[in-house]
Ligand binder design. Structure first.
Ligand SMILES: Nc1ncnc2c1ncn2[C@@H]1O[C@H](COP(=O)(O)OP(=O)(O)OP(=O)(O)O)[C@@H](O)[C@H]1O
Ligand SMILES: [Mg+2]
Length: 356
């Protein structure tokens, strides 16, 4: 958790402010598998928010307020998150100690661990392994600039919400998509509008996280430029096509040229993904990854998963929220499946319990 703002209330909603849209989830029931009570989403026009950076705070808080009012959620307490390139994360080993002692130690030696001066950032430490008596433990450090976090919290308050905590997006996704019993080593690939997030997990414990600065917006822009479309037209075109990445010989029509550029762009992302996988595997040789879990709206692009997985020995898994949440009354199983790529982060935030 990046920033805990208030004492934990009884209930809260999970609010994922993404570059492409806002998503809201409220759960009911406190069992191991709570029920989905409310889910709601609204697109965000370009320029309002991009990867944790606020472009237009007033417009953003207005959109959030409208979505909250329309959705019918029963509380104004919320947990949101920050992620992507403006959130620093680092995995370190430390002698066994309490979280407070970790934070104190990091602050004393900030230059060694953080890209910020301690007074300029919010910092949290998540103890990943180790119990009393164990010599060494693994710790995830998460930090973000004070200004960017304060601006985020201010937008939520302007929208009439009471922020309880600001989480790290990768932790939220792990909570939503991985069940605790899972022993496999997996990577969650979140193909968002602004960027692609890779989060590596050993069982349900996060082990590494990396952001690639390429998302669905880049594809939309490419379509816009190549086909002379408005942003909205390009977004609709993208969602309607079933064979955008397919090759059709050397025909140099406008559309074929656009396809070729798109395949080149996806090829660049694939190289980045492969580099990150190779780096992770080289440091975890004895624990090979077995699955790649796809999430984020960008994963809906037909043919993309196949292209990204080509020559990788990883089983593809499509994110399925029904593993962690039950259907509330009025939700069909199919509707939950179609929500899965878009609402993973919001669900993970709704599942937040004040623990990492
Ligand atoms: N059917 C579809 N086919 C292709 N792309 C799609 C489809 N539906 C949505 N997208 C794309 O998914 C992206 C939005 O996904 P998502 O909601 O996961 O992003 P976000 O969370 O807002 O962004 P980020 O996580 O990068 O901040 C947009 O680029 C959108 O064009
Ligand atoms: Mg997202």
């Amino acid at each position: 958790m990046l920033h805990k703002l208030f004492k934990m209330p009884k209930r809260h909603v999970g609010l994922d402010i993404g570059t492409g849209g806002i998503k809201l989830v409220e759960l009911e029931g406190r069992t191991a598998k709570p029920r989905l009570k409310v889910w709601a989403g609204a697109p965000l026009p370009q320029g309002i928010y991009r990867e944790s950076q606020i472009g237009d705070g007033r417009a953003l808080s207005d959109r959030i307020r409208e979505l909250v009012a329309k959705s019918g959620v029963s509380t104004t307490y919320c947990v949101s998150c920050m992620e992507g390139q403006h959130v620093f994360n680092r995995f370190i080993n430390m002698p066994a100690m309490s979280k407070e002692e970790v934070l104190e130690a990091i602050k004393w030696d900030a230059e060694k661990y953080l890209p910020y001066a301690p007074e300029d950032c919010y910092l949290d430490a998540v103890i990943l392994k180790g119990a009393p008596g164990v010599q060494e433990m693994k710790v995830l450090l998460v930090a973000a600039g004070r200004k960017i976090v304060d601006a985020h919290a201010a937008v939520l308050q302007q929208a009439g919400l009471q922020p309880v905590a600001i989480d790290f997006g990768a932790l939220a996704l792990g909570r939503a998509l991985l069940d605790g019993s899972a022993q496999k080593n997996r990577v969650i690939l979140d193909l968002g509008a602004g960027s692609t997030k890779m989060s590596f997990f050993k069982g349900a414990i996060i082990a590494f996280s990396h952001t690639i600065p390429f998302g669905g917006n880049h594809i939309t822009r490419l379509l816009q430029d190549e086909l002379g479309l408005s942003w909205e037209e390009a977004e609709n075109y993208k969602a309607r096509q079933t064979d955008l990445l397919a090759g059709r010989g050397e025909d140099l029509t406008e559309v074929e040229n656009m396809r070729k550029l798109l395949r080149l762009a996806v090829g660049d992302v694939k190289r980045e993904i492969n580099r990150s996988l190779a780096y992770y595997q080289s440091r975890n040789r004895e624990e090979p990854l077995s699955q790649m879990i796809f999430t984020g709206g960008g994963s809906l692009l037909p043919g993309l998963k196949e292209m990204l997985l080509a020559d990788l020995d990883l089983q593809p898994v499509v994110a399925d929220l029904s593993r962690t949440v039950a259907y509330g009354p009025g939700f069909a199983k199919t509707s939950l499946q179609s929500l899965s790529p878009l609402f993973g982060t919001a669900l993970g935030l709704a599942l937040w319990e004040g623990k990492a």
